[in-house]
Design a protein around this ligand. Structure first.
Ligand code: ZN
Length: 378
């Protein structure tokens, strides 16, 4: 959402977020202000440098993604945001060495690009024998940057990208490297907890530095690291709470269903009468589709209340089995963006599992760990 696709590599869509042009506007402004050769020339240099840097960021994310694909993870998309790129994975590789290789792939790619560009720069500088001048340019950083320093600066930026991402803090790649290394000799949960604590400790240090130096960028990074680590910890809590609990423990059995031939108006009446707003469509005991609140509203608007439910429902909804693991199901629902899924056994409809059911289970297990560990009959 809120992004558009620019190309597809190995089946992975590469998308640009609508806010991405903001960084180009900022680059044009800063380039125009700081770089040599007047406003227009400086602005153009700033934009070109930023675009090339983001090409390198895409290569960094692609390196992660290709290793992930190799270990049978699903890479949903790569999205470019103003602050960098994100590869969204559907299933992360679980084994420590797989996570390690996947996490290292990005920084290694950035380092190789950096070294490659540095070699090109050196060759170019030797060929034009303008060494001192270009080094002055690069070291001068933003001030007075000229086109001749474009490639050397890009090399430096890639080396920085590699080093920065290896900081051992979630959500940086280095955080995953650290977790994978720890997980090779201790339980995964404990490894995550330690990596998260180190990540948040580092976030405090970076934040403190930012405050003392009044460095807004450092403060932003501190916040980003802190909440990235917190998110990883929350994910771990949900995982340890829900793993091992079966769907049949928590799903709602009293869900009402509609027939394929029922008019859509019947689903509207049922929505108003009770708590339920998403309805399974059943032919006898067989589930034939799902009618969500959104489907009902769109159907009403486009086709009216008299149209049969079968013309509005989703005929092929995501379903879960009664013996599936709640954490696995939680992830499936997240990926599908589903707030409710029908529970089905051999095509037969049993009931609905809602996000609320998951939250209740999480709350209960958090309040009383081991609630379902003993006496689990099923
Ligand atoms: Zn990375």
């Amino acid at each position: 959402m809120g992004s558009f696709k620019v190309l597809t590599v190995r089946g992975i869509p590469i998308r640009i977020h609508v806010t991405f042009p903001l960084i180009l506007i900022l680059a044009a402004y800063q380039g125009g202000r700081d770089f040599a050769g007047g406003w227009l020339n400086g602005a153009a240099l700033g934009v070109v440098f930023t675009l090339l840097l983001f090409v390198c960021v895409v290569l960094h994310e692609l390196a992660h993604s290709l290793v992930a694909l190799h270990f049978n993870a699903d890479v949903k998309e790569i999205v470019l945001l103003p602050l960098g790129g994100v590869a969204r994975m559907e299933r992360m590789p679980e084994r420590p060495y797989q996570e390690l290789l996947m996490a290292l792939a990005g920084p290694v790619a950035s380092a190789l690009i950096g070294i490659g560009l540095a070699l090109v720069s050196v060759a170019f500088i030797i060929a034009t024998s303008d060494l001192g001048h270009v080094i002055d340019q690069v070291l001068a950083g933003g001030n007075g940057l000229q086109w001749a320093a474009l490639i050397p600066s890009l090399a430096l930026a890639n080396l920085f990208l590699a080093a920065f991402n290896l900081i051992p803090a979630f959500p940086m790649d280095g955080g995953r490297v650290l977790r994978a290394l720890l997980a090779s000799f201790m339980p995964h949960g404990r490894a995550t907890a330690i990596a998260v604590t180190i990540g948040q400790g580092l976030a405090w240090l970076i934040g403190l530095y930012g405050l003392l130096r009044l460095d807004v960028m450092a403060m932003l990074i501190a916040v980003f690291v802190y909440f990235g680590a917190a998110q990883e910890r929350q994910m771990l809590r949900v995982k340890s709470a829900l793993t091992g609990i079966k769907v049949r423990r928590v799903y709602s059995r009293n869900a009402r269903s509609v027939l394929p031939d029922d008019p859509l108006g019947r689903a509207v009446d049922m929505t108003l009468e009770g708590f339920q707003s998403d309805f399974p469509v059943c032919d006898g005991q067989q589930l034939v589709g799902m009618l969500s609140q959104g489907d009902i509203l769109v159907g009403l608007k486009e086709k009216g209340a008299h149209v049969p439910v079968s013309l509005v429902m989703r005929p092929d909804p995501l379903t879960v089995g009664p013996d599936e693991d709640l954490f696995t199901v939680h992830q499936k629902m997240d990926q599908a963006g589903a707030s409710v899924v029908p529970v089905v056994e051999a095509g037969e409809f049993l009931g609905l599992l809602t996000r609320r059911d998951l939250e209740e289970a999480y709350g209960l297990v958090s309040a009383l760990p081991g609630l379902w560990n003993r006496g689990e009959l099923d």
